[in-house]
Design a protein around this ligand. Structure first.
Ligand SMILES: Nc1ncnc2c1ncn2[C@@H]1O[C@H](COP(=O)(O)OP(=O)(O)OP(=O)(O)O)[C@@H](O)[C@H]1O
Ligand SMILES: [Mg+2]
Length: 359
């Protein structure tokens, strides 16, 4: 039984239809991330699961029950938003207790759960403060704590970290991951536009663009075998290199050709049969290129070097366009130096130039 099952769901905002029959099964204990740029429909999908908006067709099942027409509070979910949505006049303890009090939970039980959640989130020393006496990171911990005390089987997060500065975001991201591991069977659905958050947190990522699912897969699948050009470009930093070219047939098998650059594709795992002459885009991640003595593509020169501490990005060109290579930060690299690039065909992706789909 799935923890959450979205069945053939369409949401309509008057004439504007979103998702058009989206189905998604989320397993118990799974950490699912909905990833995509602004406006792609992440919050809409999350709100449909939560019951904060009505679906116009299809069903939502949670914990084996059809909850399509149930109120949010009856769905067995807990939600955390980007804007912490805390009650300003209540203390942290009151904020965390409020929902349980409304549900007429016995006082001792409320105290026990608040205590436990506060310990877990390391906010026990803040229980008597008001939200305006807390930092952003502390407020978000309280918001998570308020969700935690509800003992829900499913947690829904809508960009919970995007109001925080970079350092705090990294810290809290790890905390959320730890929390998920500790809670064991709790299912989490997490919305973000940050591909690093998605890659680090998710068991599976759902990549969305313009209210359509582009790919569903583990972070590894999404990263190594992106289903189309959009997914390939959205995930990964620095970005995947895209090189336009065509497929040529030869005695030993198909070959990718782009000006002077050639790459034999005998070892490439095609998902559809390539046509000789087909226009394609080759995708290579910067860390999958090697700076070699003798390699696949000679005749490059270093343009610009971007040191990033542990890593370094080298921009190089061969007169046909610029390519980024990611290498060790300790390497010596001087603009103007000639170099040859080694390309491992086992690490590249090929897309149809026409449709953008992986081939
Ligand atoms: N109440 C509404 N009426 C009409 N259109 C809406 C409504 N709510 C959302 N939309 C549209 O639906 C699409 C998806 O919106 P949604 O809020 O789900 O995006 P999102 O992926 O969460 O974006 P963001 O990252 O900016 O929060 C957008 O094009 C938006 O304009
Ligand atoms: Mg949103």
């Amino acid at each position: 039984m799935s923890a959450v099952s979205v069945r053939d769901v369409t949401v309509a905002f008057e004439a504007f239809r979103v998702f058009d029959g989206l189905s998604l099964d989320i397993e118990e204990g799974e950490f699912i991330v909905l990833l995509g740029p602004s406006g792609c429909g992440k919050s809409t999908l999350l709100n449909a699961i939560a019951g904060l908006l009505d679906v116009s067709s299809g069903q939502i099942w949670i914990g084996g029950r059809n909850v399509t027409w149930e109120e949010p509070k009856d769905r067995g979910i807990a939600m955390v938003f980007q804007s912490y949505a805390l009650y300003p006049r209540m203390s942290v303890r009151q904020n965390m207790s409020f929902g349980l009090k409304m549900a007429k939970t016995p006082k001792a039980e409320i105290a026990r759960r608040v205590h436990q959640a506060a310990e877990l989130l390391q906010i026990s020393h803040l229980l008597d403060r008001r939200p305006d006496q807390l930092s952003g990171g502390q407020r978000q911990r309280v918001a998570i704590g308020r969700a935690l005390v509800r003992d829900a089987a499913v947690f829904l997060f809508d960009e919970p970290l995007s109001n925080l500065d970079a350092k705090l975001r990294n810290e809290l991201r790890v905390e959320i991951k730890r929390l998920h591991a500790r809670l064991g069977k709790t299912t989490m659905v997490y919305v973000t536009h940050d591909q690093i958050e998605a890659m680090t947190l998710a068991d599976r990522i759902v990549v969305l663009k313009e209210q359509k699912v582009q790919q569903i897969g583990s972070p590894d699948e999404i990263y190594r075998r992106p289903a189309n050009l959009f997914v390939a470009g959205f995930v990964g930093s620095p970005q995947m290199n895209f090189i336009k070219g065509r497929i040529e047939g030869s005695g030993t098998g198909p070959e990718f050709v782009s000006g002077q650059r050639r790459l034999p594709l005998a070892e490439y795992r095609f998902v559809s049969k390539p046509r000789p002459g087909q226009q394609v885009v080759l995708g290579v991640r910067p860390e999958h290129l090697e700076i070699a003595e003798a390699g696949t593509w000679p005749g490059f020169k270093i343009d610009i070097v971007e040191p990033m501490g542990a890593d370094m990005v080298i921009w190089c060109s061969d007169g046909e366009g610029s390519i980024q290579v990611r290498t060790h930060g300790s390497r010596r690299a001087t603009p103007g130096t000639p170099l040859t690039l080694g390309v491992d065909v086992g690490q590249v992706s090929l897309f149809s130039a026409e449709t953008g789909e992986r081939i």
